[in-house]
Design a protein around this ligand. Structure first.
Ligand SMILES: *Cc1c(COP(=O)(O)O)cnc(C)c1O
Length: 405
């Protein structure tokens, strides 16, 4: 029987509602590798949209590692890791990551999203308390909902707000009689916030969670490869890496490949292998991704990684010193908040007409009324690219709400 018209009609109404609110999105085909320039809808444009912060996504060292892994291990992993898919490249990747992050152990997931989903659900459930920064990534929000833990949200980067919740959580867990195990309190935050580019006050958060006997899961998605003398992330930069229970990250941003990871103790990883459902019930990542990621970690740890990282920060400082607004840029993610959905989309269109790809970020990725352009810089950008961006921003005469006018 053919599909009735009602199905597509219903969905068309949903799409129209999105369209009417300025929130409809669609895919745009990129016909080139990631890099400072991409071919978007047939046109070569300067790319300020990618999270490929160190320019590794198209790096020959990573490509060679991926090709060699395909030759040695094939295209697919065949099954979940616990069935028959625990291939040597996954084990090498986890050893490399654990060594890089200086933790006892590491577990790789198919994506960062899957890492959050599986890990949070493995550690907390009904009777436990989960405390999130207001602006954590959607994968943590989804994981929190799925976990069944009691959820509390603190104001973004607000230590007083966090402390109040911790005081409440401590009292509440003290008042409950443990049944099978003690009730847990887990805080989840990001080191560099993905759509705002600002940094968590990590030292203070670590102090607070220790005072209150809570655990901390730190999502270093936008910090690994960028922060700290060894480029291990913000936890390293703040000197608190050994006090963070769970260090999470993605292999798809600065590390130029695909996948997610959790670094921490041996017990943590052993427990996740047994409990993280997104790990257990999902086919292992392809060997090519794991091998490319391992090559990326080695590169990031090396002198050439240090050089890339310096180049990235040079571009950040260039943008900072030439932006008319005179603001501090703590990371390569620069939000230009324009407010309305239509203002952000039209500014993005104006930049595209000038040959620059800077995406408009809208609800539900950011709160309603805070639609923005999100500029992200890469080590692969040249000074002239940043100058071109500045010139076009000036031509458009934007007045971002988050910057002094
Ligand atoms: C991108 C991102 C993730 C998800 O990682 P993927 O590997 O892309 O699934 C998690 N957390 C943050 C903060 C991110 O920006």
């Amino acid at each position: 029987m053919p599909l009735g018209p009602a199905f597509n009609h219903e969905l068309a109404l949903d799409l129209q509602a999105l369209e009417g609110a300025g929130l409809r999105r669609s895919l745009r085909e990129i016909a080139s590798p990631q890099g400072p320039r991409v071919i978007l809808d047939g046109k070569t444009v300067l790319n300020f949209s990618s999270n490929d912060y160190l320019g590794l996504a198209a790096e020959p060292v990573l490509k060679t590692a991926a090709i060699q892994a395909i030759e040695a291990f094939g295209a697919g992993a065949g099954a979940s890791r616990l069935i028959s898919g625990s291939l040597a490249p996954h084990h090498r990747l986890e050893e490399t990551l654990a060594q890089f992050k200086r933790t006892e152990a590491c577990l790789a997931f198919s994506t960062g999203y899957a890492a959050a989903l599986g890990t949070i659900g493995a550690l907390v459930g009904r009777g436990d308390i989960l405390i999130l920064d207001k602006l954590v990534h959607a994968c943590v929000v989804d994981a929190a909902r799925l976990s069944g833990a009691t959820l509390r949200v603190f104001r973004h980067n607000d230590l007083d707000s966090l402390e109040k919740i911790l005081v409440w959580a401590t009292a509440r867990t003290a008042a409950t009689t443990p049944r099978l195990r003690n009730p847990r309190v887990l805080i989840v935050t990001e080191s560099v916030f993905s759509m705002d580019g600002d940094l968590a006050p990590l030292r203070e958060i670590v102090e607070l969670k220790d005072q209150h006997g809570a655990w901390l899961m730190l999502d270093e998605a936008h910090a690994t490869g960028l922060f700290g003398p060894g480029r291990r992330g913000l936890a390293e930069a703040c000197g608190v890496a050994d006090r963070v229970e769970l260090q999470m990250g993605t292999l798809g941003k600065a590390l130029g490949s695909a996948g997610g990871y959790i670094c921490g103790s041996r017990q943590l990883v052993d427990l996740l292998v047994n409990r993280a459902r997104s790990f257990i019930f999902s086919t292992a990542p392809v060997p090519a991704a794991a091998a490319a990621a391992a090559a990326a970690v080695e590169m990031v740890a090396s002198e050439s990684g240090a050089a890339r990282c310096r180049q990235l920060w040079d571009r950040v400082h260039q943008l900072q010193s030439t932006l008319a607004w005179g603001v501090d840029l703590p990371s390569p993610i620069v939000p230009l908040i324009l407010g309305s959905e239509t203002a952000a989309v039209s500014a993005s269109g104006g930049l595209l007409a000038r040959g620059l790809f800077v995406p408009a970020i809208r609800y539900p990725t950011v709160a309603r009324g805070t639609a923005r352009l999100r500029v992200s810089l890469s080590a692969a950008h040249e000074p002239a690219h940043v100058q071109a961006l500045l010139a076009s921003l000036q031509e458009l005469g934007l007045r971002p709400l988050n910057l002094p006018s």
